[in-house]
Ligand binder design. Structure first.
Ligand SMILES: [Ca+2]
Ligand SMILES: [Ca+2]
Ligand SMILES: [Ca+2]
Length: 254
């Protein structure tokens, strides 16, 4: 398996895409103590349960029939993201992000006419990266070395939980790198999940992509080619879970 050869540049690139502190090996450190103060919460307009339904992007790539279901549960203290994907290119890492805008791209976004919607062509539809779905949802930068890996059947699952106040503090902070593809929330804006999309990326080197595929700095075209787009819809207005994410009382979640 060429995993090691692929992983190194991918991991390096992930530092770029997620603007992470690459000096840290701690790629899944949600247990770390946190020092940040909790921001003053406005009305809990983000609270609720959201469902994400995916459709395949770039089905011309052999082996990509990606579909999936995701659930986001937001309480006043927590943000929990669960995802199950199928039909993805097998045995490889898939970068995945919540993007800032609401539209999934269509064939019309293939502006260079090469038959593929590359990551740059999709940005006018789904926007910049808002929340990398990486090893640590408490901050955009931390945990960026991690991406879930599909198995030999093209299946993978991903579950991460963040503290909502921590997450909002990070997302509402100043954008210290305006040139990268990751954005912060405008001042005072909450998550507004229903106006966002989830994009899954990644096809194998054997996909034989044409040289016209656009990509992000530091990442191979195969790493960033979108394979699925999910739209987020709110299915429940509120979550009445006192300080816990135990889902037993929420039949909408599994
Ligand atoms: Ca194209
Ligand atoms: Ca992160
Ligand atoms: Ca930025």
């Amino acid at each position: 398996m060429k995993h090691n050869k692929i992983w190194k540049p991918l991991a390096l690139g992930t530092c770029v895409i997620a603007a992470v502190s690459c000096g840290s090996n701690d790629d899944d450190d949600s247990s770390k103590p946190r020092q940040q103060e909790q921001p003053q919460q406005e009305e809990q307009r983000d609270q609720g349960i959201y469902k994400i339904t995916f459709k395949t992007l770039n089905p011309a790539v052999v082996g990509n029939t990606s579909t999936g279901i995701g659930t986001i549960t937001v309480t006043d203290q927590s943000f929990k993201f669960k995802l199950g994907m199928a039909g993805t290119p097998t045995q490889m890492t898939h970068l995945q992000h919540i993007h800032a805008a609401a539209e999934c791209p269509t064939a019309a976004q293939d502006v260079n006419g090469d038959g593929f919607i590359d990551v740059l062509e999709g940005i006018p539809s789904y926007g910049a990266i808002l929340i990398p779905l990486d090893g640590n949802l408490n901050s955009q930068a931390e945990g960026g070395m991690y991406g879930p890996r599909s198995n030999d059947l093209g299946l993978y699952s991903y579950t991460r939980e963040a503290g909502l106040p921590l997450m909002l503090t990070d997302l509402q902070a100043e954008d210290t790198n305006p040139d990268d593809p990751i954005v912060k929330l405008p001042e005072g804006e909450l998550l507004n999940l229903e106006g966002r999309t989830v994009i899954i990326h990644g096809v194998p080197k054997s996909a034989n992509l044409p040289g016209t595929i656009g990509t992000l700095e530091g990442l191979a075209p195969e790493d960033t080619l979108p394979i699925a787009c999910g739209t987020i819809t709110r299915v429940q207005e509120d979550v009445t879970l006192p300080g816990t994410t135990d889902n037993r009382t929420n039949p909408a979640v599994e």
